[in-house]
Ligand binder design. Structure first.
Ligand code: BG6
Length: 503
């Protein structure tokens, strides 16, 4: 692969576009893990590459009592621990200078008054021009009162945008309620529903791969593709998030959002241009065409005790905060169909789970076998069907397996890979998803955020599956930590004469 020469190492990985307007970035839920692990490190990396606006301020808001200095110090430690770039005092200081903290339980007037006062001060002293980006890193229950407060306090000066973390609602009904609640105060253009998978470079590369190359699109359909396999495997468990995970499960945590977005990007029609509504129109059509998998086409699992990467780990029911008889699923596999002309009868096998043997997110497009190989059967024993694999993470890249002749006398054919590795082709490290998404929200670009109708379609599908699950009681745990899920997941695909990609 050719080396792409980047001119300025400080701006690599995120192409330079216009600089965002001056603004204040307000984080609700600033004492949480997301702020520490993702948001502040992302802001720091944007500052490091000089991608933040000249006038930029951060206000953290959370229930915990904390002074401005304590907040700054905590954030400095977070940046040192989690940012992808080395810590530099000259980058951190200007960011920390414009940083404040407000203790509030979100609904109380006192906290909101104080926040409003700080923001006005920032407008006067630091030139943030009334522009506000409110980031909701709070549980869904905290959102309604926040929306009311912010909606009522809106001024006509500057722009206001809301970035809302997943889960957006808990089912179709609650997602609709939330949309109804937002509608009187904020327009759709002001609401940024985040799904951080869309911020991943490798996920966006699916669009580049499909629509910037003439060779894939003509064969990207039921005539040439045998099936698609999407895997979102994690080796980690629930990392102390029992109260959240107990009510979410793999279905609401991964399937409803990240997984369905991967399906949508793989299956969508080419948009007429790259404007946000064009891209989202095509994705929503895919979501609408997916029919609910029947009970035989969906498998759920929960991990028991086992070994992951050589270490013994507890079962899900033994995790702190999880009831010993929990029926929450930590694994889901499904066979789905996208019912349209391009994909009719082409299965999309998807699987996702915690405590699997390794972290791996891949989208594999398996093409049909060559119609008539003129070789003897023994010659092609080592040959698999052509497969195009998008490695979302780790080892980011794309590989295409092809049959090649094994050197030597006679004709033996084996599968080999043609690989594109990000690390080899581009000299730059990949930006974190949150950097891209925060920058896009500041620029008002909604392409990589999910629209109301997409979220609602995603919930309709999830609600139908979860309703069917209520009818029977799963025998959990049904897979040991460190294995590839319950045996029934293998049956799901093997019934069709296919198998999960090599484990
Ligand atoms: C989050 C889920 O949305 O995505 C987590 O809530 C999961 O449970 C995480 O671990 C995975 O994200 P990534 O970027 O590490 O693949």
């Amino acid at each position: 692969m050719t080396q792409v020469q980047e001119e300025n190492p400080l701006v690599t990985g995120l192409q330079i576009r216009r600089t965002p307007d001056p603004c204040a970035f307000v984080i609700f839920g600033a004492s949480g893990d997301l702020t520490r692990r993702k948001l502040l490190p992302a802001l720091y990396s944007l500052a490091y590459r000089r991608l933040l606006p000249e006038s930029f301020t951060v206000v953290g808001a959370a229930r915990t009592e904390e002074t401005d200095d304590e907040f700054r110090l905590r954030m400095e430690e977070a940046v040192k621990e989690f940012a992808r770039d080395p810590f530099r005092q000259d980058v951190w200081e200007p960011l920390a200078d414009g940083m404040r903290y407000v203790a509030t339980d979100f609904a109380d007037d006192r906290g909101q008054d104080e926040l409003a006062k700080i923001l006005t001060e920032f407008d006067d002293q630091r030139g943030t021009l009334g522009n506000r980006l409110y980031y909701f890193a709070v549980p869904p229950t905290a959102i309604p009162s926040l929306v009311e407060e912010l909606g009522e306090r809106r001024t006509s000066e500057g722009w206001t945008r809301l970035v809302i973390e997943k889960p957006f609602g808990w089912d179709l009904g609650s997602a609709r309620e939330l949309n109804e609640l937002l509608r009187p105060h904020f327009t759709e253009e002001e609401i940024f529903r985040i799904d951080h998978y869309l911020g991943k470079e490798t996920v966006q590369n699916m669009l580049a791969l499909r629509f910037a190359n003439g060779i894939f699109e003509p064969i990207w359909n039921r005539q040439f593709i045998d099936h698609v396999q999407i895997t979102v495997a994690e080796s980690i468990g629930i990392e102390g998030r029992a109260s959240y995970y107990e009510s979410a499960g793999a279905m609401r945590d991964i399937f409803q959002n990240h997984l369905l977005q991967l399906v949508a990007l793989t299956a969508m029609e080419p948009p007429i241009d790259f404007r946000s509504d064009q891209v989202r129109n095509e994705k929503v059509k895919v979501l609408r065409s997916i029919h609910t998998p029947g009970p035989k086409s969906i498998v759920r699992g929960q991990y028991g005790r086992g070994f992951v990467e050589g270490e013994e780990v507890p079962g899900y029911r033994e995790e702190p905060g999880v009831p010993p008889d929990s029926l929450t699923e930590t694994y889901v596999a499904a066979k789905m169909f996208v019912d349209n002309w391009r994909w009719a009868d082409t299965p999309f096998y998807v699987r996702m789970g915690k405590r699997l043997p390794r972290r791996e997110t891949t989208i594999a497009i398996q093409f049909k076998q060559a119609p008539h190989p003129p070789f003897e059967e023994a010659a092609t024993e080592g040959l698999r069907a052509n497969t195009l694999v998008v490695h979302v993470q780790p080892d980011e890249g794309v590989s295409l397996s092809i049959g090649a002749k094994v050197p030597g006398a006679g004709m033996a054919i084996r599968s080999v890979n043609m690989d594109f590795l990000y690390g080899g082709a581009f000299r730059t490290g990949l930006p974190e998803a949150y950097e891209r998404l925060i920058l896009d929200a500041m620029l008002g670009d909604q392409t990589l955020f999910t629209r109301t109708d997409e979220v609602e379609e995603q919930w309709s599908l999830v609600d139908a599956i979860v309703a069917a699950w209520k009818r029977d009681r799963p025998g959990f745990p049904n897979y040991a930590a460190g294995t590839w899920g319950p045996p029934s997941a293998n049956e799901l695909i093997e019934r069709d004469g296919r198998s999960w990609r090599h484990h």
